[in-house]
Design a protein around this ligand. Structure first.
Ligand SMILES: C=C(OP(=O)(O)O)C(=O)O
Length: 572
């Protein structure tokens, strides 16, 4: 849900649990945590004798066992993912490898606290090197270390402050053991400066239904005690917003979330008009999770994210296996695979790109063809093979290319798809395509509007820049106008054909904007799985005629703020 309550600065991150939360900001005990990990340096007198070594080892083991026992107790009181995370952390605290590493550091002459920290950092370096989900466990390791060090010092365990009124929790990074014990009645929202969409914080916030934003660069500027409005759908944190408007919006959002919690699909407007509402996924596990919920198919499979941590190109066979699993998750529904969108914010080690001054305007997406034409060919081969492996369920898989900007690129891509029996489409994210879309339509079978990049390029504003968040807002009238003209052109292609137009950028995950997009003529929406119920529930409350009225209201505005406010005021 979006709203018009802004008066203070906005910080932008990645929204991982949709919803609005308004309240006082409470920082997780930074001071206590810092104190808890202050090194105690080398033990006086150099390397210890046998007796001292054994005494220090014993102190470490006792502290680690005590911490593990507390984690077990909390696991027993928790449920679901929270219980699993706490139990897994208790196992880490008792890990013999960790104890051995501590002894190794003790032998070098470090005191027991410093040895605990040094041993932890050895594992941190190892986990970071492995990357991916393993790297996200670094927070767990450091958290357990801080707890053990606090125990060694006889200090209370570091962690979440006591809330005397419901508020919003801010942290550099949250310890999983802390998130697992959160009370959603008191913690209305969570914002962390680090972490990713698959971090434990995100997973547990999702389970508890707490609006959450991760990777919020610049969060440290927000003072403890200030009032903030968190928008977990848009991924924003507004500092000192207009109080009455923020309170109203958060209350309305809570009511809406109750409705969304009961939404199980399929997506149908209030007049019975069916809407194609798809999921955005990044790997086979995500596709299978989406298939277990109300998704009507997959509108965007971001293949580059499946291989982000790979140093070398996966073989055609390995790719085919992964794509076949994704296709197989939806045997009776559409699955749209996007070819590798390497470059810019998603560097792929094996795509052969060199460093550029301005990577968002450089070699990315389809342009990788300029340096390695075989990469795309091999990916298309793999997708065609994946289609064959589905036993006829996906006889002509849908595939689209990112960052298309010329008709030549679109034509060439479509030819290479058709010779392999694939159904070709292109993403509309470069203004050149949106402006001259009629010239592209004869060559492709579908369009998918990537509003994240389209907005970035229309507004000439880096989508990664939190300071430019007001510009990279898909409610910008120029963006809405372009979407309308693309949808109109695609509805009436000469020769009596019509080309379906979807939106797969974050704009589709904003429930009000989703209604506007349908009113602009878009035929399908694709959003993160977690956002599906919010969009689905909002669509169920409007007719197509109403969507068109809302679109007209938004188009008749001069600014993104006005457009959003006009649609909100109309009660969408
Ligand atoms: C869906 C899009 O692509 P990306 O993966 O770059 O966000 C977009 O740009 O809207």
């Amino acid at each position: 849900m979006s709203l018009d309550t802004q008066t203070g600065p906005t910080i932008r991150g990645t929204g991982v649990v949709a919803g609005l939360a308004y309240g006082v900001a409470r920082w997780v005990g930074r001071a206590e945590q810092a104190a808890a990990v202050e090194p105690d340096g080398a033990a006086p007198g150099g390397p210890p004798g046998e007796e001292q070594l054994e005494a220090d080892r014993e102190r470490f083991v006792t502290a680690a066992t005590t911490v593990a026992g507390r984690l077990d107790q909390r696991a027993a009181l928790a449920t679901g993912v929270s219980a699993e995370v706490l139990a897994a952390n208790a196992v880490l605290a008792r890990d013999r490898g960790w104890a051995k590493a501590v002894v190794k550091e003790l032998k070098k002459g470090l005191g027991v606290e410093a040895a605990t920290m040094a041993a932890t950092e050895t594992f941190v370096a190892m986990f970071t090197k492995v990357g991916g989900r393993q790297a996200e466990r670094v927070t767990d390791l450091r958290d357990i270390c801080a707890r053990v060090v606090a125990e060694l010092r006889g200090l209370p365990e570091p962690g979440i402050p006591e809330f005397d009124e419901p508020g919003v929790l801010l942290a550099d990074d949250l310890a999983p053991a802390d998130t697992a014990g959160l009370d959603p009645a008191m913690v209305l929202g969570i914002v962390i400066e680090h972490g990713g969409p698959t971090s434990h914080t995100a997973i547990i916030a999702r389970q508890l239904g707490i609006p959450c934003v991760v990777a919020a660069a610049g969060l440290t500027e927000v003072a403890d005690g200030s009032r903030v409005l968190v928008d977990g759908g848009a991924g924003t944190v507004t500092v000192d917003p207009d109080e009455a408007a923020a309170q109203d919006a958060a209350a309305a959002d809570r009511r809406f979330r109750d409705v969304a919690a009961g939404w199980t699909g399929p997506a149908v407007l209030a007049d019975g008009h069916e809407v194609s509402l798809y999921a955005n996924v990044q790997d086979a596990t995500g596709a299978e999770a989406a298939a277990a919920g109300p998704a009507g198919g997959i509108g965007l499979f971001r293949t580059e994210l499946a291989f982000l941590d790979r140093p070398t190109e996966p073989s055609v066979d390995e790719q085919a296996e992964m794509y076949a699993r994704v296709l197989g998750a939806f045997p009776n529904a559409k699955v749209v695979t996007r070819t590798l969108d390497a470059g810019s914010d998603k560097p792929l080690a094996f795509a052969g790109m060199t460093e550029e001054d301005n990577p968002a305007l450089g070699v990315r997406g389809i342009r990788v063809d300029l340096i390695d034409r075989g990469l795309l060919d091999r990916q298309l081969d793999a997708l065609a093979e994946a289609g064959r492996r589905t036993g006829g369920a996906h006889s002509s898989p849908w595939v689209m290319a990112p960052m298309i900007s010329t008709v030549d690129e679109a034509r060439d891509f479509a030819d290479r798809c058709r010779t392999r029996g694939l159904t070709p489409g292109i993403m509309v994210e470069v203004p050149a395509v949106a402006v001259a879309v009629d010239r592209f339509l004869p060559y492709v079978d579908f369009l998918s509007i990537g509003t994240n990049d389209l907005t970035q390029y229309v507004m000439a504003a880096d989508r990664m820049s939190s300071g430019l968040a007001a510009l990279t807002d898909p409610w910008q009238p120029a963006v809405l106008r372009l979407i309308r003209s693309v949808a109109r052109a695609a509805a009436t292609v000469p020769g009596g054909r019509s080309v379906p137009v979807g939106v797969c950028g974050e704009a589709a995950a904003d429930p009000q904007l989703a209604c506007v997009l349908l009113g602009l003529g878009v035929s399908s929406l694709s959003v993160a799985t977690a956002a599906l119920p919010f969009v689905g529930a909002a669509l169920g409350e409007v007719t197509l005629a109403r969507c068109r009225e809302l679109a007209a209201l938004a188009l008749d505005c001069d600014t993104a703020r006005e457009a959003r406010a006009a649609v909100m005021a109309a009660g969408a």
